[in-house]
Write a protein that binds this ligand. Structure first.
Ligand code: ADP
Ligand code: MG
Length: 227
């Protein structure tokens, strides 16, 4: 599925250069679940952006199912992203003026899904994350955990191959953290997703079958046979 070869991402910072990623090689199989840890500024979010085609490497290849995302035109890249890749962020990133259902529907607009089907699929996705009773609520009328579940429904309504989550429980208190992890875990199992998640939570990391650590843009991966 994913094959990263010598992926480097550099950012200019004044007269200096930041090596956000420094020669990352990584293989992620279909249906894999990979957890990424590491210190702040280590390159975790940058790696997720490469996997999601939100940004391009300075050097190297990001191959998804045989296609190097680094070489695609902006139009093709946007298409790959909207069809295949779901994102969940720490800050939910919901549109405050739209209801839960309308927020989820936004993921289907670029795919050309008609209004009626969009509504139905959004409602189904919200039901699957336990929010069937909250379709008409605005983000401001929901708890943090509920807002994150809307964001998960939005990421999954298009039935992507890949789910990328960047510290999805980072803004939540402990009880909601477990609730969100349970939803993500269940979705990964039910939908056969390839799931890559950045987290600071060492309880989650210790249970991960594959754990990557990124420090100063360099990655090391550990298989955890007991998890
Ligand atoms: N858009 C950007 N412009 C300049 N520097 C950036 C940008 N994004 C990230 N960086 C730098 O790259 C390094 C890695 O950042 P990031 O991937 O966000 O780390 P993490 O998610 O592990 O905290 C940091 O030094 C950060 O300041
Ligand atoms: Mg980050």
């Amino acid at each position: 599925m994913y094959e990263l070869r010598s992926v480097t991402k550099r950012y200019p910072r004044g007269k200096d250069t930041v090596h956000a990623l420094d020669g990352v090689d990584l293989t992620i199989a279909d249906g894999d679940r990979l957890v990424i840890q590491g210190p702040t500024g280590g390159g975790k979010s940058t790696l997720l952006q490469m996997l999601g085609g939100l940004d391009r490497p300075t050097e190297g290849e990001v191959v998804l199912d045989g296609t190097d995302l680094a070489k695609l035109s902006e139009t093709r890249l946007t298409k790959v992203r909207s069809e295949n890749i779901g994102f969940v962020f720490q800050s939910f990133n919901l549109i405050p003026t739209l209801t839960a259902q309308e927020n989820v529907e936004t993921a289907l607009v670029p795919l050309g899904v008609k209004t009626k089907e969009r509504r139905e699929r959004a409602a189904d996705a919200l039901k699957s994350v336990g929010l069937g009773e909250r379709l008409g609520h605005l983000p401001s009328e929901m708890s943090g955990g509920q807002q994150q579940r809307v964001a998960i429904a939005r990421a999954l309504v298009k039935e992507p191959k890949v789910l990328l989550a960047d510290e999805p429980t980072g803004n939540l208190d402990e009880s909601m953290r477990d609730e969100i992890m349970d939803v993500l875990e269940r979705m990964w199992k039910e939908l056969g997703l390839t799931f890559v998640m950045v987290t600071h939570d060492s309880a989650i990391a210790s249970k991960a079958p594959r754990l990557a650590t990124i420090r100063k843009g360099r990655i090391s991966v550990k298989e955890n046979a007991g998890a």
